[in-house]
Design a protein around this ligand. Sequence first.
Ligand code: NAD
Ligand code: ZN
Length: 280
Amino acid sequence: MIDNELLEEIKKSIDDADAILITAGAGMGVDSGLPDFRGTSGFWKSYPVVEKLGLSFEDMANPQWFEKDPALAWAFYGHRFNLYRDTTPHCGFKLLKDLVESKNDNYFILTSNVDGQFQKAGFDEDKIAEVHGSILHWQCSNVECESEIFEAEDKDIDVDIDQFKALEIPHCKECQSVLRPNILMFGDNTFLEDRVEDQEDSFHVWLAKLQFTNQKLVVIELGAGTTIPTIRHKSEHVVETLDNAKLIRINPRESQVDKSYGFSVPLGSLEALETILKPC
Ligand SMILES: NC(=O)c1ccc[n+]([C@@H]2O[C@H](COP(=O)([O-])OP(=O)(O)OC[C@H]3O[C@@H](n4cnc5c(N)ncnc54)[C@H](O)[C@@H]3O)[C@@H](O)[C@H]2O)c1
Ligand SMILES: [Zn+2]
């Protein structure tokens, strides 16, 4: 629940806005049935097999496995690849889509999610920056190889979830090395940055235009955690930089925000969007 006065203030700032920045972390996918991670214990709840192996999220999300144990690496990423690809975005995505259409599509999306859910919900690929990459895009794990990032094939990766082993490993057509998703991992020195860099350049061009023309911006942040606070910091940085910006932080557990520029909404993404925008 949020009180009426706060709700009216939030609605007014959205009505008055010229532009919308949507920033999203793993919590945005929870109402579509996707797990968030929230630290090691939260991660193990979603991946009990990985707990048995004694690996934290940081240990698991490490490019070394593509070399040392590709079947393990692709068990983790293949399982997530199948899951994200087969998931339908919840109705909150549609509410956001209607909102940005009402602002003449003057919007941008910044997300640390690698699940491709915003594209699936119909948002424009050219207005999305996936700051940690995308599981639906792959690359070679061999730094010497000159092949580029490409869209993954439209088929499931076969994974034995009990053994936590992928039963097939995708290989590079150029050099036969193991492929990997174009996702930024921990201690990662083989991640190809071109795609994310292009997306971030587009974001900065859009933001500079807002700033230059002094447009009113509302940042709607959904489900961004504190363990890896990339998205929270980006949301805060944007509202601190622009003269005319407000932040709406939606998160059922950690919605705390500086009151001088932000509104705290302690609800799940779908419930918050239905409360603020309209029922689905
Ligand atoms: N779907 C994905 O692509 C996915 C999923 C999990 C983690 N990750 C990766 O893990 C890293 C950590 O990401 P993070 O900080 O976004 O995730 P996190 O798992 O650390 O935090 C999730 C946040 O979402 C909140 N939350 C839970 N349920 C929610 C709901 N129904 N509505 C709104 N918020 C809800 C939690 O309180 C928490 O603050 C990132 O690098 C991200 O790329 C990606
Ligand atoms: Zn290669």
